[in-house]
Write a protein that binds this ligand. Structure first.
Ligand code: AMP
Length: 368
């Protein structure tokens, strides 16, 4: 077992297992490309070790270059991949083989394919050392795969956990101890976001707020943000298919989380079922749904106050706030029965000083 930052990892793939896979990919590609001089394109940072070992096993003439991409680390929703180092070589008319350390959802791959789509290459192939086939949802079929792995967070052999662990010769897997997954339930203004900020620190949980994700996307004017805007501005719920997909992406992007606080999700029966399905598929579950209770008049005052500083259009107009409450009463409130039937529903008085409410929540969580 090793520890990187504050997280424990256990051995997963040995050095010889990895070397064996690298060698096999090199041999296979060598067989296909022995009559030409291919250009290998490593995708930084993670692929540097793979590329280095791969080249040592590659017996024929070849060229090598690198591109550098990075997906946003902070908020999880966007899926935006940024190009930090572009293809520089004159690669027109050449056979290009991408060398990736790992392919998971396929988002980075999509960007790579796009990067090369304007260049008239002779052939474009993708090789990856590790492949999470379970969660891959790209259209392109990967040409050369080293080792298929389950959807667990891995580190080592070039791959990092918050920049540590790249120098390991073996690959390690997160050692999941007991997880807690919480749903914070309650009307707009009940204090879910405020409380989540405290709870995430106290219990080392990842906070996913669908409202925050939407606002982040609107601020950055992404497609998702444009799609959600009119609903949010009117205080209506965003359609389930959009919200569920966004939530799933946010969970997928945090395979190393030691638990989640879902804030503002689920808000409909379909979302609650989707959450259960998603977690079940990962051997996880909702441990508790905790409702923060407060009456409408208090909430309206809170939201109008918040609207003065937050600039949120949906907080500034009482009619919109009332519409959000209507949405809550018709679509979200029935979820109480859904979680009660599973014995997971808890209710906490949401009125009082912030730390008092945190204390009430903590009591529920510690009894789980
Ligand atoms: P919130 O910050 O949680 O109050 O969310 C602000 C707005 O984002 C809501 O009024 C909805 O328009 C949208 N939204 C947030 N979460 C969801 C969800 N789970 N389902 C549908 N719409 C949502």
């Amino acid at each position: 077992m090793i520890k990187l930052h504050d997280t424990h990892f256990k051995p997963f793939l040995s050095e010889s297992r990895i070397q064996d896979a690298v060698k096999k990919i090199a041999e296979k590609i060598a067989l296909d490309y022995k009559d030409q001089i291919p250009i290998f394109v490593g995708v930084l940072n993670g692929s540097f070790m793979f590329v280095s070992d791969f080249l040592k096993y590659y017996p024929y003439d070849c060229e090598v270059t690198f591109v550098k991409l990075s997906s946003y680390q902070g908020l999880t929703s966007t899926g935006i991949v940024e190009t930090l180092l572009d293809v520089s070589e004159d690669i027109e008319g050449r056979s290009v083989i991408i060398l990736e350390d790992i392919v998971d959802t396929g988002r980075t791959l999509q960007t790579l394919i796009h990067m090369f789509s304007n260049i008239k290459v002779k052939e474009f192939k993708i090789a990856t050392l590790f492949f999470k086939s379970e969660i891959y949802n790209g259209e392109y079929s990967v040409d050369y795969v080293g080792i298929e792995i389950p959807n667990k967070f891995i580190v080592g052999y070039g791959l990092d956990y918050k920049e540590l662990g790249r120098n390991l010769k073996e690959v390690y897997q997160i050692n999941q101890t007991h997880m807690i997954n919480l749903v914070l339930f309650g009307k707009p203004g009940a204090g879910k976001g405020t409380q989540a900020e405290f709870l995430k620190e106290k219990y080392n949980l990842k906070h996913i707020s669908t409202g925050d994700l939407f606002r982040y996307n609107m601020k950055n004017d992404t497609k998702l943000g444009q799609l959600a805007k009119s609903y949010i501005d009117n205080g209506d719920l965003v359609p389930d298919e959009v919200t569920i997909k966004m939530l799933e992406d946010a969970v997928e992007k945090n395979p190393d989380a030691s638990g989640f606080i879902f804030d503002g999700f689920p808000r409909t029966a379909a979302q609650a079922e989707a959450l259960d399905n998603l977690l079940t598929a990962k051997n996880m579950k909702v441990d508790a749904t905790i409702a923060l209770e407060a009456n409408d008049e208090v909430l309206i005052q809170r939201l109008l106050e918040r609207g003065k500083v937050s600039g949120r259009s949906d907080d500034q107009d009482e009619a919109k706030i009332r519409n959000r409450f209507d949405e809550y009463n018709t679509k979200t409130a029935p979820l109480k029965d859904y979680y009660e039937a599973q014995g997971k529903f808890h209710s906490v008085n949401g009125i009082g000083a912030i730390d008092e409410v945190t204390h009430r929540l903590g009591k529920v969580i510690e009894e789980l």
